[in-house]
Design a binder for this molecule. Structure first.
Ligand code: ZN
Length: 113
C-alpha cells in the first residue's frame, strides 16, 4: 500500500487503511478544504457505485497537485451520486425525470437509494 499523494510505502496499518501517510495528512486536509469537501463526503461518494470512479479520479488529480481538475472530478461525483428523479406526491406517487419532466408511475419507476 502506497500513499496516494506521494507514492511512498505506508507501513503503519492505520495509514494504509486511510490511504495516506502522516507526512501528507496536513497537505490532504488543505486539499479537502480547497475543494470544499471533507472525508465523510468522499467516503459517501466512494461508496456509491455511480460516483466511486470520480472519487478515484479526484484523488489522482490531488496527487498531481491539480486542485482545479480535482474540483471538477468532485463536482462530477456529486452529480453522479444524485438520484435520477425524485418522488413527488400528486395524489399518487410518481417519479419525475429531471431532464424531460416525464412523469412515470411509481410501479414503473426505479427505486432510488
Ligand atoms: Zn504521502
Amino acid at each position: 500500500m502506497k500513499c496516494f499523494l506521494c507514492n511512498r510505502a505506508l507501513t503503519n496499518p492505520a495509514n494504509a487503511q486511510r490511504g495516506y501517510g502522516d507526512d501528507c495528512a496536513a497537505k490532504y486536509q488543505r486539499y479537502l478544504a480547497a475543494t470544499g469537501t471533507d472525508e465523510s463526503e468522499l467516503v459517501r461518494l466512494a461508496n456509491n457505485e455511480r460516483s466511486a470512479r470520480w472519487v478515484r479520479n479526484y484523488k489522482t488529480e490531488l496527487s498531481k497537485g491539480n486542485t482545479r481538475r480535482a474540483q471538477e472530478c468532485l463536482n462530477a461525483a456529486r452529480r453522479a451520486s444524485e438520484p435520477i428523479g425524485e418522488w413527488v406526491t400528486t395524489g399518487s406517487l410518481v417519479c419525475v425525470a429531471p431532464d424531460t419532466g416525464e412523469r412515470v408511475p411509481q410501479i414503473l419507476a426505479p427505486v432510488f437509494s
